[in-house]
Design a protein. Structure first.
Length: 94
């Protein structure tokens, strides 16, 4: 049986590096904040490969949830988030 890693979470309201080391993205909870746009999660920096991306609607009460299957998505350098204005995101990783 494969070894299970500890699962952690982090929350941010600004774009930037939120997890500065190798990890697996396992889940996402996002509140749109009233501005439609694209949420982009990259592999450690603003110009790195895209790990996951999705759109959020204009509504101020729209929540978006993703539970990623299996072991999640590997980010070899870390998790860098780009958010539209007003959006908030919680990442579940490990």
């Amino acid at each position: 049986m494969a070894m299970q890693t500890d699962v952690k979470s982090t929350h941010t309201t600004i774009s930037g590096l939120v997890v500065p080391y190798r990890t697996r993205l396992k889940g996402i909870v996002c509140l749109s904040g009233g501005t439609a746009g694209e949420v982009v999660i990259r592999n450690g920096s603003a110009s790195a490969d895209v790990v996951f991306q999705f759109n959020v609607p204009t509504s101020t009460i729209a929540e978006v949830f993703y539970n990623l299957p299996g072991e999640g998505i590997l980010a070899t350098v870390g998790l860098y988030v780009v958010l539209p204005t007003g959006a908030e995101i919680s990442l579940i990783y490990g």
